[in-house]
Ligand binder design. Structure first.
Ligand code: PEP
Length: 254
């Protein structure tokens, strides 16, 4: 089963509008270096329009948001609705990032509601899961990831599961410089694929792209990319430099 690799840059709460445009233009100009890899840029919400305009209509580089609300409209001060993201040209939305889960109290139930809302609006959710260091050391990685995958994707039809991108991001590897070994990552990716088979079918699970995230850099991406169940990366820090982001994309799309 061939899955198109997907590398997404999560810019988090970084850059200003001019720098966001500059980085976007640099990535767009060099998209050919990514080979077969699909590229997604996820700027802060306030810069989505600037990044989308810089990419232009029909760009091979996709636009993604970092978060959204699950409701279509209403009295939710400070929130952004799924259709608003679609309106700005977003194709993807990161959901349940560990920073959202830990700092903003997002539970699997919240991530599940957002995942359903994203799909209903025509967005492709990038659903993040991953264990903390404490959980890994307690031998609870599989249990934690199982609960997060099943909880976040509960009630989705197989045709919806097929569209979702899952990002396995061990919390201890995010922004720490400590990347999971390719074997550690592959083991959890295989687990996730098995869980997807249980939620939908083996045929559907074989189509779902599962990204690894956690201190991915150009020099460790190739070893991750050769793993059979690692289909790309969700990249934080290294996505803020065009050279690094494209170097990672190249490793997956070679
Ligand atoms: C992330 O925030 O999703 C991430 C993986 O960050 P970093 O690449 O900086 O570890």
């Amino acid at each position: 089963m061939s899955r198109r690799p997907i590398v997404a840059g999560n810019w988090k709460m970084n850059l200003d509008r001019a720098k966001a445009r500059e980085l976007t233009a640099a990535v767009a100009a060099r998209v050919g270096e990514a080979g077969t890899t699909e590229l997604v840029l996820c700027p802060p919400a306030v810069y989505l329009e600037a990044v989308g305009t810089t990419l232009g209509a029909g760009s091979p580089v996709a636009l993604g948001a970092q978060n959204m609300h699950d409701k279509a409209s209403g009295a939710f001060t400070g929130e952004v609705a799924p259709a608003m993201l679609v309106d700005l040209g977003c194709r993807y939305c990161i959901l349940g990032h560990s920073e959202r889960r830990t700092l903003f109290g997002e539970t699997d139930a919240v991530v599940n509601a957002k995942t359903k809302a994203a799909l209903a609006a025509g967005l492709i959710p990038i659903v993040c899961v991953g264990e903390t260091l404490e959980e890994r050391e307690a031998g609870r990685t599989a249990a934690v990831v199982t609960e997060q995958v099943q909880g976040s994707l509960a009630g989705l039809a197989p045709a919806e599961i097929e569209k979702v991108v899952v990002a396995y991001e061990p919390v201890w590897a995010i922004g720490t410089g400590k990347v999971a070994t390719p074997q550690q990552a592959q083991e959890v990716h295989a687990l996730v694929r098995g869980l997807l088979a249980g939620l939908a079918s083996a045929a559907v699970a074989a189509k779902v792209r599962i990204q690894y995230g956690g201190s991915v850099k150009p020099d460790n991406a190739a070893d991750l990319a050769v793993q059979p169940d690692i289909d790309g990366a969700l990249v934080g820090g290294a996505s803020l430099k065009a050279d690094d982001f494209l170097g990672i994309a190249r490793a997956f799309g070679a």
